[in-house]
Design a protein around this ligand. Structure first.
Ligand SMILES: NC(=O)c1ccc[n+]([C@@H]2O[C@H](COP(=O)([O-])OP(=O)(O)OC[C@H]3O[C@@H](n4cnc5c(N)ncnc54)[C@H](O)[C@@H]3O)[C@@H](O)[C@H]2O)c1
Ligand SMILES: [Zn+2]
Ligand SMILES: [Zn+2]
Length: 387
């Protein structure tokens, strides 16, 4: 028996003295922890280079470090960032990589160093892996963890598969509360913390303030939903897709602007009595929308960039130097995930509203097709059921 085999068997011990997770609290009623599922291969969506992907039979992941867990995926989804990878925009993601950085599942096996989770626990997987110990993690900047950060479905194999290996399991997985809507929680792996942390928190949304969100995709809509925690007076959503603007109105936007005619800045000006907005959130990731944010931010305001940019962007300091503004950027840290989980549990936030389509893992190529033609298919988030 190898060292790792010994590690895998650990959770099967009766009277295991390790701290039980919240999900396995009430231990008397819960079944004995199960051992790992014995299966050599699994289905997985593999990136094969720019423009190429395939659903393939792939080796099931194995524990590589004591802090790892193997999670059997129940539900996953596709992110706009996966489409960036497929375009060849993300240099760190090499061909052969299993994509996906979002999902929920059931712990299959854990390494000897994992203390908070046991096989059988239902977990939410964060898109960011965090050791919780390095200098960046101690500052709450999990995205820059020296041995983690955004690695899932990028530098290591991801969640669009039957199983995934999650490093730093204790501090990168979250127990799913009893009775929670697991589909809805898939939205907490990435898009809700991203909209909230990079958009709403960095943008300093405040009661009575004015907010404009450029981009009404899943991330912009997540910012719209979570901005309402703070009761801003006005939330103006801007997009070029009328279907998405209609959804934005249903999600609480006070005003919507289709910017395709190039007159969005003048319209925002009119809606804010010539002042511009206190918070301009950029949730697209192209130069034109960052420039639009510079045009609509008011004196003392904040431009909170969320979009992933692949090209350089002009900064119009000649117009901004005297306006007392701030510009922020952020890779999501997912530090707010526990708080967001509570707001979902208490029904202050309903992320299931972002789900438009459902597929089985066998149909993931169709799911990508539907998601990548969002303007025609009206897709926001697609749920992929892996088991
Ligand atoms: N900072 C982070 O940590 C982080 C995390 C996840 C995603 N992202 C990025 O956030 C951005 C938004 O993600 P998403 O999943 O919502 O993307 P998406 O592509 O689904 O949505 C973008 C929206 O922008 C609209 N749009 C496109 N061009 C426009 C223009 N010129 N003017 C106005 N609207 C325009 C589209 O119609 C669409 O509704 C992406 O760049 C994504 O990579 C960043
Ligand atoms: Zn993502
Ligand atoms: Zn760290």
């Amino acid at each position: 028996m190898t060292q790792l085999d010994a590690v895998i068997e650990l959770p099967k011990r009766p009277n295991d003295s390790r701290t039980p997770s919240a999900a396995s609290a009430g231990a008397d009623a819960s079944p004995e922890p199960r051992g790992p599922i014995h299966q050599e291969t699994m289905k997985a969506l593999v990136y094969r280079g720019p423009g190429l992907k395939a659903l393939e039979e792939h080796a099931k992941p194995v524990l590589q470090a004591a802090s790892d867990a193997i999670v059997k995926i129940t539900k996953t989804t596709i992110c706009g960032t996966d489409l960036h990878i497929l375009k060849g925009d993300v240099a760190t993601c090499a061909p052969g990589r299993i994509l996906g950085h979002e999902g929920v599942g059931i712990v299959d096996s854990v390494g000897a160093g994992v203390t908070l989770f046991r096989p059988g626990d239902r977990v939410l997987i964060s898109c960011i892996s965090s050791c919780a110990k390095c200098e960046y993690c101690r500052r709450g900047m999990y995205s820059h963890c020296t041995t983690g950060g955004w690695i899932l479905g990028n530098e290591i194999d991801g969640t669009q598969a039957e199983f995934v290996r999650t490093p730093h399991a204790d501090t990168s997985l979250y127990p799913i509360p009893e009775g929670a809507d697991e589909e809805a929680l898939v939205m907490l792996s990435d898009i809700l913390p991203t909209g909230f942390e990079c958009g709403v928190l960095n943008g300093k949304v405040a009661p009575g303030s004015t907010v404009a969100i450029v981009g009404s995709g899943p991330i912009g809509l997540a910012a719209l939903l979570t901005a309402q925690f703070y009761s801003p007076a006005q939330i103006i959503m801007i997009d070029v897709d009328d279907g998405r603007l209609e959804i934005a109105r249903q999600f609480g936007a006070t005003d919507t602007i289709n910017s395709a005619d190039g007159k969005a800045a003048a319209k925002v000006n009119a809606l804010t009595a010539g002042r511009g907005v206190d918070t301009a959130i950029e949730a697209v990731g192209v130069p034109a929308t960052f420039v639009l944010c510079q045009d609509i931010v008011g004196a003392g305001g904040v431009i909170a960039n969320v979009g992933v940019h692949g090209q350089k962007v002009d900064l119009h300091l000649e117009g901004l130097w005297s306006k007392n503004i701030a510009i922020t950027t952020r890779l999501v840290d997912t530090v707010t995930t526990p708080m967001l989980l509570k707001t979902v549990q208490s029904k202050k936030l309903d992320p299931a509203r972002l789900i438009t389509h459902r597929f089985k893992l066998d149909q993931i190529i169709d799911a990508y097709d539907t998601f990548s033609r969002a303007a025609e298919t009206k897709a926001l988030k697609v749920i992929i059921e892996a088991s």
